[in-house]
Design a protein around this ligand. Structure first.
Ligand code: HEM
Length: 472
């Protein structure tokens, strides 16, 4: 009584997933939906994966029966390599360790007062971003391709929040390149889950690359961790250091269930990498999609420019309803993650006429929900007015506690803990980019909104825009 889906084909089913990852689910899911409806089961080898594209069922699962669906599949033991840890918030099972790590991130770094204290860092990154755009435009006939500049800005900011250190550009770029390359490589690791021993034998090159990636991450992160530990012990801050960082909270953290032991370096590396990977490309992708729509829709841009004025300070963001609406519409129309991180269930449960077995995995079709024409008339149109008073999205609640309308950050116990920070970053950057420059499609051309899936769903043809200062 699992939801319907194509029959499980043991060997072929396995082989199909050798080359695929969750990123490919969207294409598989779209096809299956037309045949089986909005809730389908596919088989990853012997494991059933239920994909839920129905908002009401998602609400029942993630909110009303949140505890049953809050677990994660155990990290793949065949990917364990000597000297590296798989300890991350997103992969830790629903239990005391997950609660401890998540609470530490939320209270140690993401609580509103801490976030406010990092305003200088945001200002510094914004100035640098604006200068880079201005220089590129001056040397390229006014035209900028924003993707890498946005990605780098988000990396600078998150590296700073993570390590509490204002690093040289080259050092940030090294971390960025290593993490991005790793994320691109991750989808090739399915083979080791399906056939651990044979996989390592047949795909020795791939396995060695995984070892190299982990070694490289260690070589980059360990000196930063050691230097911060030393500063804390000696109480002498470094020249470019900030008062606190995510790393500080990890260095102080003790695990009560393990006799108060501290995290080891490998665990700290894994958690720092998660912070960077979770908060950078997700936000820069959303920023690029929003700006693409701002370029495509001059009336939206002018209305926004009028609301935000020349420069927007963080404390003024609250007073900008149209800005908020533009950001929400961007997240609805182009959620950076088409699916959430796969959930595991803690006990067998019957819901919506189906029985979800304890061994099942569950994922949620985020994009399908945001583009549901029943809740969002003309769902493909970019119309921020939906989120203003009288619109169908007025007072939408992204946490989905009463009902799910859109869930770009997930919903329930595993909801993205970085949601508040991400919304702040998006509002702050969009406001100031529009306040600073007038944006037009490059070469008088159209803005192409077609997509492709990388770690997030990105623009197939990165945004090329002509910018000119609004101050002249
Ligand atoms: C626009 C930006 C972002 C988007 C769209 C996004 C989206 C998501 C989604 C869909 C999930 C999975 C929820 C689930 O499994 O049900 C998630 C989890 C997570 N995100 Fe984000 N995220 C963003 C920014 C951030 C930021 C800025 C951080 C931290 C600095 C962050 C850290 C995390 C972590 C640690 C998890 C795992 C939570 C858990 O398993 O308990 N994310 N995010």
């Amino acid at each position: 009584s699992l939801p319907p889906g194509p029959p499980a084909v043991p060997i072929l089913g396995n082989l199909m997933w050798l080359t695929r990852s969750v990123a490919d689910l969207e294409f598989v899911f779209r096809d299956l939906c037309s045949k089986y409806g909005p809730v389908v089961t596919i088989h990853l080898g012997s494991i059933p994966l239920v994909i839920v594209g129905d908002r009401d069922l998602a609400h029942e699962m993630l909110v009303q029966h949140g505890a049953v669906f809050a677990d994660r599949p155990s990290p793949n033991p065949s990917l364990r390599t000597p000297g590296s840890s798989q300890c991350t918030i997103n992969s830790t099972g629903y239990g005391p360790l997950w609660r401890l790590l998540r609470r530490n991130l939320v209270t140690g770094m993401l609580n509103p007062s801490r976030v406010r204290q990092c305003a200088d860092a945001r200002d510094w990154v914004l100035r640098d971003l604006i200068n880079k755009l201005r220089l590129t435009a001056a040397s390229g006939d006014g035209v900028v391709v924003v993707k890498e500049t946005f990605q780098f800005a988000m990396f600078c900011l998150l590296v700073f929040l993570c390590f509490g250190e204002k690093l040289e550009e080259a050092a940030v770029r090294e971390i960025e390149a290593a993490e991005r390359e790793f994320l691109r490589f991750v989808r090739k690791l399915n083979i080791f889950a399906i056939a651990p021993k044979l996989g390592r034998y047949l795909f020795r090159g791939r396995w060695n690359r995984l070892l190299q990636f982990r070694q490289r991450r260690k070589e980059i992160f360990l000196p930063l961790i050691r230097s911060r530990r030393q500063q804390k012990e000696s109480k002498v801050p470094g020249e470019n250091s900030f008062r606190f960082s995510y790393l500080d909270s990890l260095l102080d953290l003790e695990i009560p269930d393990e006799h108060g032991r501290k995290l080891n370096d490998e665990e700290i590396i894994a958690l720092c990498a998660e912070f960077l990977d979770g908060g950078t490309d997700t936000t820069s992708t959303a920023l690029e999609w929003i700006m693409a729509n701002v370029v495509k829709h001059p009336t939206v841009q002018e209305k926004l420019a009028e609301e935000v004025g020349a420069e927007t300070k963080e404390e003024d963001l609250q007073k900008k309803p149209y800005l908020k609406a533009v950001v929400l519409e961007g997240l609805r129309r182009h959620p950076p993650a088409q699916f959430v991180v796969t959930h595991a269930v803690t006990e067998e449960i019957s819901l919506g006429g189906y029985t979800i077995s304890k061994d099942a995995r569950v994922n949620f079709a985020v994009t399908r929900m945001s583009l549901d024409g029943e809740k969002w008339p003309d769902p493909l149109e970019f119309r921020p007015e939906r989120f203003l008073p009288g619109g169908e999205g007025e007072e939408v609640d992204l946490t989905g506690s009463k009902e799910i309308r859109m869930m770009p950050f997930g919903v329930g116990r595993r909801i993205c803990p970085g949601m508040g920070l991400a919304l702040l970053h998006l509002e702050y950057f969009v406001a100031n980019l529009v306040g600073e420059f007038r944006w037009e499609a490059a070469d008088g051309g159209e803005v192409d909104l077609s997509e492709k899936t990388e770690f997030t769903v990105v623009m197939r043809n990165p945004l090329r825009a002509r910018i000119s200062s609004r101050r002249e």
